[in-house]
Design a protein around this ligand. Structure first.
Ligand code: KG4
Ligand code: ZN
Length: 375
């Protein structure tokens, strides 16, 4: 047994979007802000030369969520191997790399420190430029590396600034106007839980394991979304903010008043479908308001984009694509493996920041909280 045996290894392979004879600028990106240790090498022609993800999900599953202390230790055990393997798969040495990038926040600080210190060490030892990437900016910009519509995952869409972004992950739920690299305008955000957290909590109530999003999504496909009525918090109010804690409370109350022997497979599937529909309706309602917001109207974004782990959700992708079509906007979503945390999004955000000269010139202290509007 090696030191990283209880970790799920995923080689995401390479993605050649553009056939070019030279790779342009090469960036090595490192991600370690939650439960994935990941690295990737991307080039300025939007090719992913190699992409390795070590997921700690099996390690945390028995606790029903990520244990920060365990995550930090697991990152330490995995980070060197992940970087070495990424270079090997890309058939490159560190000398071939032009820029080093790593997540410097927001996230679980123990994990962020591991990836950030690894990147700092490599950059210092090789005298290469270093970029401190905001993890949320990684999610926000990755659709520019690689994106497709929900109904046609093979067509590559070029996502141009400005765009209207639904950023929904385990830690965040925000509607943003993305004006440019490093230039974000917050249009709406959750007042309590994130959408991902709501999925995770519902799954926990039903004993479906962690993370909750994928399993609730799968169950919802088999269920009847009309059977239970969950609230749509704030949807009768103007504005673009979200609230998910009321849905969670309603779910808890419904479970408490249901006899245990009534909770069969059909009940669980219908429960998941009904819950998911309430999240979909909230997202559609809030985005509809966002499109009417003066700031958004003035910026006139052409594309509606979804990103973050929750962007994997099939119903959310489909509803947002329909909304975009109705509103004469394009719709773009990253491929599934670039929605949840990954090194490619950090490498790409590193490259985009490098191109506008945002490199580290003095020591950077990683931040557990780092809102996009503070970039
Ligand atoms: O972006 P991410 O990997 O981590 C953070 O930066 O937080 O997002 C993880 C979140 C988890 O809450 C997970 O349950 C959710 O994304 N998720 C999904 C799906 N796949 C992952 N939520 C809904 N439907 C999915 N298919
Ligand atoms: Zn994330």
């Amino acid at each position: 047994m090696t030191k990283t045996d209880n970790i799920l290894r995923m080689d995401m392979g390479s993605v050649h979007n553009h056939i070019d004879s030279d790779n342009g600028i090469l960036c090595l990106g490192i991600e370690s802000s939650c439960d994935e240790t990941s690295a990737a090498i991307v080039d300025s022609n939007k090719n992913i030369l190699a992409h390795i993800v070590y997921s700690q999900i099996p390690e945390h599953q028995k606790y029903g969520g990520v244990v920060p202390e365990l995550a930090a230790r697991a990152h330490i055990l995995a980070v060197d191997e992940v970087i070495r393997l990424t270079l090997e798969r890309a058939n490159k040495t560190i000398n071939d790399i032009d820029v080093i990038a790593a997540t410097a926040g927001p996230g679980l600080i123990g994990g962020v420190l591991v990836g950030w210190m690894a990147a700092t060490g490599i950059a210092n030892a090789t005298n290469k430029p270093l970029v401190a990437v905001n993890h949320l900016e990684g999610h926000a910009l990755v659709p520019r590396l690689c994106a497709a519509s929900a109904s046609d995952s093979h067509t590559n869409i070029d996502v141009e600034f400005p765009y209207l972004l639904m950023l929904a992950s385990g830690g965040h739920c925000q509607i943003l106007l993305v004006h440019n690299v490093g230039k974000y305008e917050l249009i709406g955000q959750t007042l309590d839980d994130s959408a991902g957290e709501a999925f995770d909590k519902i799954a926990k109530m039903l004993d479906l394991g962690y993370p909750g999003g994928p399993v609730v999504d799968k169950r919802a496909k088999l269920g009847n979304a009309q059977r239970f009525h969950f609230p749509r918090p704030l949807c009768d109010k103007p504005g673009c903010d979200f609230s998910f804690s009321g849905i969670k409370t309603a779910a808890r109350m419904l479970l408490d008043k249901t006899n245990k022997d009534e909770i069969d497979e059909t009940f669980i599937n219908d429960f998941c479908a009904s819950f998911q529909q309430s999240v979909v309706d909230c997202i559609t309602n809030r985005l509809t308001n966002a499109m009417k917001d003066e700031r958004v109207k003035n910026a006139a974004p052409k594309t509606l984009v979804v990103a973050g782990g929750v962007a994997k959700n099939s119903a959310i992708r489909a509803a947002m694509e329909e909304l975009a079509n109705k509103s004469n906007m394009l719709f773009a979503a990253p491929p599934m493996n670039l929605c949840t945390d990954n090194g490619a999004m950090i490498a790409w955000a590193g490259l985009e920041n490098y191109r506008i000269g945002k490199i580290v010139t003095e020591p950077v202290a990683p931040r557990p909280r780092w809102p996009l509007i503070e970039l």
